[in-house]
Design a protein around this ligand. Structure first.
Ligand SMILES: C[S@@+](CC[C@H](N)C(=O)[O-])C[C@H]1O[C@@H](n2cnc3c(N)ncnc32)[C@H](O)[C@@H]1O
Length: 269
């Protein structure tokens, strides 16, 4: 398991971390109004039709695969792929007919060329070893003309209304740096274009999180301050002040606003 509180490292290897905690986090995040709006936007952009074959890579517990299955109807099929055995087992629990789940690494999809009419990824490319390779696999399994939709954050946009600006910038920059591919949200446009996709369109969507119950699990502002103090980037006084202000603001209704831009990139194979 990764050092306590490193959710970015945990999502690279869910089965080696605490899958129950990560599953709870995914559900809480999916219930957040702004993250839910990003999910809806990706599903709209897939423009699913009855009979389509749809794929979600890095599907987690398969919530969107179920939505995709409703979109493609009885004549179609929705497939979810995830590298985590635990996530796939949870996704399979009570899944309706028309949903199929595969445990596989998205760098090497065990799926034939051109097999899908719609291919989706959300908040997974930020964690993988090689996002270019992963996108190439998504393009390979898409049929000519298929819709491809990718929703990933641009961590350079992450801000929080907390603390002196220089401390806030230090903490939020470190949070981004803890992510394997913090810029993939803005890179997906170039990578998909380079892979020969057509009609590639990046749409930035700002996500506001001010629910105290979600801010810490999602962004780990306290853990980041502790890590900054441990490696000397932040003095003990500044770290303590940050933690105290964080506690106070999390306890006030509407006390803390965070903003992160997600980029929803749509394309055609
Ligand atoms: C942050 S979760 C997002 C899950 C889902 N897309 C959602 O929006 O709720 C990232 C998921 O990607 C999966 N993942 C990470 N690396 C992967 C890889 N190389 N291949 C397939 N899935 C991967 C993790 O197991 C985890 O379920």
């Amino acid at each position: 398991m990764s050092p306590a509180g490193d959710i970015a490292a945990d999502f690279r290897d869910v089965d080696g971390a605490d899958p129950g905690r990560l599953a709870g986090f995914l559900l809480a995040l999916g219930a957040d109004p702004d993250f839910a709006a990003v999910k809806r936007r990706t599903l709209e952009a897939l423009a699913l039709r009855p009979g389509d074959r749809a794929l979600d890579v890095g599907c987690g517990m398969g919530v969107e695969v179920r939505a995709m299955a409703r979109g493609v109807g009885r004549g179609g099929a929705a497939t979810g792929v995830d590298v985590s055995a635990t996530m796939i087992a949870r996704a399979r629990e009570g899944a309706p007919a028309g949903c199929r789940f595969l445990e596989a690494d998205l760098h090497r999809l065990p799926l034939p060329d051109g097999a899908f009419d719609a291919v989706r990824a959300e908040r997974v490319l930020q964690h993988v070893e090689d996002p270019g390779r992963a996108l190439a696999e998504m393009v390979r399994v898409a049929a000519p003309g298929a819709r491809i939709v990718v929703a990933e954050p641009d961590w350079d946009t992450f801000t929080a209304d907390l603390g002196p600006p220089e401390v806030m910038r230090l903490i939020t920059a470190r949070r981004g740096a803890a992510i394997r591919n913090p810029a993939v949200g803005r890179e997906a446009h170039r990578l998909l274009t380079g892979l020969g996709c057509r009609d590639v369109h990046p749409e930035p969507v700002a996500v506001r999180v001010h629910d105290p119950a979600l801010i810490e699990p999602a962004y780990e502002l306290r853990a980041e301050a502790a890590r900054a103090e441990a490696d000397g980037a932040l003095g003990p006084g500044a770290a303590r002040t940050w933690e105290r202000d964080l506690d106070r603001r999390l306890g006030e209704p509407g006390g803390l606003l965070t903003i992160l831009v997600m980029v929803v990139t749509t394309a055609r194979r």
